[in-house]
Write a protein of this length. Structure first.
Ligand SMILES: [Mg+2]
Length: 325
């Protein structure tokens, strides 16, 4: 499969997962199951009243996708890629008239990102802007787009650089590296492994990874320990990877299960979607999810801008392959 289809699969899979999970953000899996009569989110839903984004339009992605689009813009256009260029993209894109502000619906960006943007506005140093106490999901929800960088060492470096712009907890930074590397390895066509990617060094993340991957049995649904996962970056990244691993051969089941898993459903499903999208490519994503995805054009543009910059020699036949003209 071509790199193009995998990169587009990463971006679209991430946005689809985000939009599916958005309707249930911050609600327990039991509430989701009651609302849907199923533990899987098979279609886009309007944000249920109990969720963080009650009333959120069906099929609309959230800050996860907004941040991924902004980061992808920085990776596609800045030479060299630095903390300053990434910080500038965030500050510009999420300003009052910024191009991705419209995607930050109701709930806004996460607290750590909001505070980080405030510090940048006051002249904070982008390289050290993230604070030690900030270990939430803001840095892992967008980092999959860095997996498109062709060089593995660059992925490791840039995933950490982009994380530090908003988050300073070392395990959150490592979690961002892990997600980007999993996507990178899939784009490179390597087999999907259960292991924490080589090069990521963090004891807290490693322990969480072991716990989330313990006793996984494929084809048996989502085990209890992968439901209602706490909202630290390291638990989220490890759980999302375990779900993607569990459903490696079934993109639809994997994303639908992640979106119904409870807690930070949009971010978990976003990461699972990005990983499985990289493994299987754009054409494996269910057509009804692609059709119903709002902001699809912006997501595709972001993927294509990375493909143009980093894989210019490869023939582009994606539109034809995906059945569009
Ligand atoms: Mg979100």
């Amino acid at each position: 499969m071509s790199v193009e289809l995998r990169i587009r699969g990463t971006h679209l899979g991430g946005a689809i997962g985000d939009a599916l999970g958005a309707a249930f953000e911050n609600t327990p899996s039991s509430v989701i199951e009651n609302a849907l009569g199923s533990s899987k989110v098979g279609d886009y839903e309007k944000g249920i009243p109990q969720s963080l984004l009650g009333g959120h339009p069906a099929g609309m992605p959230t800050d996860d996708t907004a941040m991924a689009l902004s980061l992808a813009g920085a990776l596609a256009s800045s030479r060299p890629i630095t903390a300053a260029s990434i910080a500038k993209a965030f500050a510009t894109d999420f300003a009052e008239n910024g191009r991705f502000k419209r995607l930050i619906w109701n709930g806004g960006v996460g607290g750590a990102v909001a505070r980080a943007l405030g510090r940048l506005e006051r002249g904070g140093d982008p390289e050290t802007n993230g604070q030690l106490e900030d270990g939430g999901n803001g840095a892992v929800m967008r980092t999959h787009v860095a997996g498109a960088l062709p060089d593995r060492q660059d992925v490791l470096t840039i995933a950490a650089v982009q994380a530090r712009v908003t988050h300073g907890h070392p395990s959150a930074i490592a979690a961002a590296q892990a997600v980007a590397l999993v996507v990178h390895d899939a784009i490179a066509g390597r087999p999907f492994s259960a292991a924490l990617p080589a090069g990521v060094e963090d004891a807290v993340l490693a322990a969480s990874w072991r716990a989330m991957h313990a006793n996984l049995k494929r084809r048996s649904g989502l085990p209890a320990h992968l439901r209602d996962v706490a909202m630290s970056a390291w638990e989220t990244a490890a759980a999302a990877h375990a779900i993607a691993y569990l459903f490696e051969n079934d993109v639809e089941e994997g994303i639908a299960s992640a979106a119904g898993s409870g807690g930070d459903t949009d971010t978990i499903a976003c990461i699972v979607g990005a990983m499985l999208g990289a493994v299987h490519g754009e054409n494996a994503l269910p057509k009804r999810w692609l059709k119903g995805l709002r902001e699809r054009a912006a997501v595709e543009d972001a993927a294509d801008s990375l493909i143009r910059r980093y894989y210019p020699s490869q023939k582009r036949a994606v539109a034809v392959a995906a059945g569009r003209s």
